[in-house]
Design a protein around this ligand. Sequence first.
Ligand SMILES: Nc1nc2c(ncn2[C@@H]2O[C@H](COP(=O)(O)OP(=O)(O)OP(=O)(O)O)[C@@H](O)[C@H]2O)c(=O)[nH]1
Ligand SMILES: [Mg+2]
Length: 408
Amino acid sequence: MQIKKFVGENVTQTMALVKKEMGNDAIILQTKKTKSKGFLGFFKKDMVEVLAAIEPDKASSKVTKTKSTETSPPRFESANTSIENIKIPTYIDGKNDKNDVSFKEVNKIYQKPMQVNKVSSNADITKDIDEIKTVIKDLNERFVQTFKTEEDEVIHELKTKHSNKLVEKGISSLLSEEIVNEALSKYNDCNRDSIFKVINERFNNFSENNMKFLKKYNVFVGPTGVGKTTTLAKIASNLAIEEGKRIGFMTLDTYRISAVEQLRTYAEILNCPIEVAYDKADVSEAVKRLESRDSIFIDTAGRSHRNKVHMIELEEIIESIDEKEVFLVLSANFNKEDIKDILEAYSFIDDFSIVITKMDETSREGLVFDIINAANKPVSYITYGQNVPDDIEIFDFNKFVNEFLREI
Ligand SMILES: Nc1nc2c(ncn2[C@@H]2O[C@H](COP(=O)(O)OP(=O)(O)OP(=O)(O)O)[C@@H](O)[C@H]2O)c(=O)[nH]1
Ligand SMILES: [Mg+2]
């Protein structure tokens, strides 16, 4: 931008100077009244000073433009705005009449800065619109988020409510959550019906209920005092009394005299043979002697499952017996951690079913599901009292689930 100051005796003369030097595209930056220098301070004259500017590329064409054959008339020479018609803008001559034609004309000369203002306001508007859009987007997100959070809370409450009911009934909190989540994702609800379906689907491999568990040799193993001998006596008695089977007993529990006596008493009542085996060799001899019996029930010593030596002995004896079914006896009074440890200790047995005793002593029957879940083995019997031979049932999965869920 080229800027230059022009001084004339009046506006017309000064503007003519501007036009002559800068052409019609000149921009008037400032116009003011001034005084000539005079002589020794005397004879000073009123003058008009104009500060004008022109862009370099337009400056070069200023002369040709005035003389050219251009189609649009130069600004200063248009019919209404010839240089003679231009009046002093109000802010130049000190008046403040905005209706003054000259003011409007000078504004035309200021067209360029005005355009800049216009562009700048458009940019401002665009900026404002962008800001409004951002605010709306943010509000929308917050709304959706709030809605989602509320929905999540409702679902969370529903899940917690149902999962707590399962926990109260003895299912571990982890398994309860899994069941409820599965019910929600599969059936869109976690009421009794959908929980029933999930439990059935999840554990249906273990819902068979028949006597197929019993084989010729039936070995009862498990921790101390869970009810191995009592359960064995219950099953054997029922088989002998109801089905007329010829049964035989064998005990490996030689650590306590009372243990042998306990089984001998049942043998006397049922009028059947009993063998006492002290080691693996005794077991194979006893097996031969009992071979003619329909079903042989083998009792083992209740020892801590943490006793490694005992577990190794037991493993060897079990392996030496063919045509066998192993029953791992667990008490319903155990907690989930006990169950985990016991299952771990007996994991050397490939195939076994589970007997859960003392169901009468707990209201937290849900542990049954945790046992099945952890063992991945079927439950064959449940017992619910000390009475031999009455307090025992073949485990009926569907019946159990129905009764379990009825109270939920
Ligand atoms: N309440 C209840 N008590 C039971 C049940 N089954 C067994 N018992 C009792 O539990 C106690 C131990 O039973 P046992 O059959 O001797 O247990 P065990 O596993 O053979 O014990 P050890 O041979 O010492 O390891 C006895 O008092 C039984 O009467 C049951 O289902 N419910
Ligand atoms: Mg016993």
